[in-house]
Design a protein around this ligand. Structure first.
Ligand code: ASP
Ligand code: MG
Length: 400
């Protein structure tokens, strides 16, 4: 049996008009010889009657905090309504379908309401319906515990449901339908000629922090990666091919860099040994950060100094701690950490040199760098972010 999992997000199922597109996508896969298994999110966004956040607004903050079981049960209704509406409309197109809650779909979780972990997936019922010629339409984002408690998997969890179901059914692929064409080489608001990434590896997607997480939940990528099933991000309302996420990444074209993303609101801190002679707290600076829950990155430890970055949100806390510990430091506020991502940079000499040269030619000062197998990070001043990203996008010819 050639199985495809098709997951439709909240905006894709929000109106009758959009659900017609959903049905089109399901019909297409049937025509191509697939047995589709559909996973849906709650319909729409806050303000729309059955959206998750609208449902949440029906109960008090107190209940949300102290009665997670009730909160989960309420939230789960959004996806349940969505499955029933979808099935009703599929029926009117003569597509035989059956609505299933997460629990009926075999998603068994622990009792950790609000952020339940999936313990087991029992796909028998889904298989049975597939064999009988039905399209199972499963409520995403939810499961049931062995005690019968309805749980949710954490916000954005419908992607996770789709990935888990795909894995359990050994699906050929998992399509995630949303309101954008896929993952772009850069944020189109920053780079006018940013292009769609046709193919990207699981590992690269994790590096796409913000942009990636907006189109797909990282947990879903992890699950697909474990089972090697390709994930495809697609737009419900266009015929665009979308972005394929698989193990190899870009095999179609030979581009060195897959995409560029950035994180703003970083502060670079430099703490010099010479300025802190006789202060033994200087030696433990990284422990002090950890004890105070200040997350740091781009960490460079030298014999003469320590350099790292913190988030602007931790700045006041950091200044306080430094005063108390009497540690002297220098900082550059308002920095951006630019990530240049590409599976193929591994072992290719000269990539860093090209990046630095390109930025230097534009008079952009690089404050710090770091690198891994798939990514090179450059810290620049926030005011130069747009110029830096555009420069690199052009340097590596990532436009259409
Ligand atoms: N409806 C849920 C949420 O808004 C789950 C999802 O859409 O993935 O978080
Ligand atoms: Mg989502």
């Amino acid at each position: 049996m050639k199985i495809i999992v098709q997951k439709f997000g909240g905006t894709s199922v929000s109106t009758l008009e959009k659900r017609k597109n959903v049905i089109e996508k399901i019909k297409n896969s049937i025509e191509k010889g697939y047995k589709p298994v559909v996973v849906v999110s709650a319909m729409g966004r806050i303000g729309e009657p059955y959206a998750t956040d609208t449902l949440l607004s029906l109960i008090s903050e107190e209940t949300k905090k102290n009665n997670k079981q009730a909160t989960d049960l309420l939230m789960s209704c959004g996806e349940v309504i969505s499955t029933c509406v979808m099935c009703s409309e599929l029926n009117s197109y003569n597509i035989k379908s059956v609505p299933l809650t997460g629990g009926q779909g075999g998603i068994i979780t622990d009792n950790n309401s609000g952020d339940a972990e999936v313990k087991e997936l029992r796909p028998n019922r889904i298989f049975k319906y597939l064999e009988e010629g039905y399209v199972p339409v499963i409520a995403g984002f939810q499961g049931v515990s062995n005690e019968g408690i309805i749980t949710t998997l954490g916000r954005g969890g419908s992607d996770t449901s789709a990935a888990l179901i795909g894995k359990a059914l050994k699906a050929e692929k998992i399509e995630i339908y949303t309101d954008v064409d896929g993952i772009m080489t850069a944020d189109p608001r920053i780079v006018g000629n940013a292009s769609l990434i046709e193919e990207i590896s699981y590992a690269e997607v994790f590096q796409f922090a913000d942009q990636g997480a907006k189109v797909i939940h990282p947990r879903a990528v992890e699950i697909a990666m474990e089972s090697g099933i390709p994930l495809i991000i697609k737009n419900t309302v266009t015929d665009c091919e979308g972005t394929i996420i698989n193990s190899l990444g870009c095999s179609k074209n030979k581009k060195l860099i897959t995409g560029i993303t950035h994180m703003k609101d970083r502060v670079q801190v430099t703490i010099k040994g010479d300025d802190n002679k006789g202060n033994d707290r200087y030696e433990n600076i990284l422990d002090i950060m950890a004890e105070n829950y200040i997350s740091i990155d781009l960490i460079n430890v030298f014999t003469t100094e320590v350099i790292f970055t913190i988030g602007t949100e931790d700045l006041d806390k950091f200044i306080n701690i430094m005063e108390k510990s009497q540690i002297k430091y220098i900082m550059i506020k308002k920095c951006s950490k630019i990530a240049i991502i590409g599976n193929k940079i591994r072992g290719v000499p000269g990539v860093m040199a090209r990046i630095i040269r390109a930025l230097k030619n534009e008079n952009i000062q690089v404050l710090q760098t770091s690198d891994s197998h798939t990514t090179i990070w450059c810290l620049v001043r926030e005011s130069e972010t747009v110029k830096a990203i555009n420069t690199l996008h052009k340097e590596f010819q990532m436009y259409k």
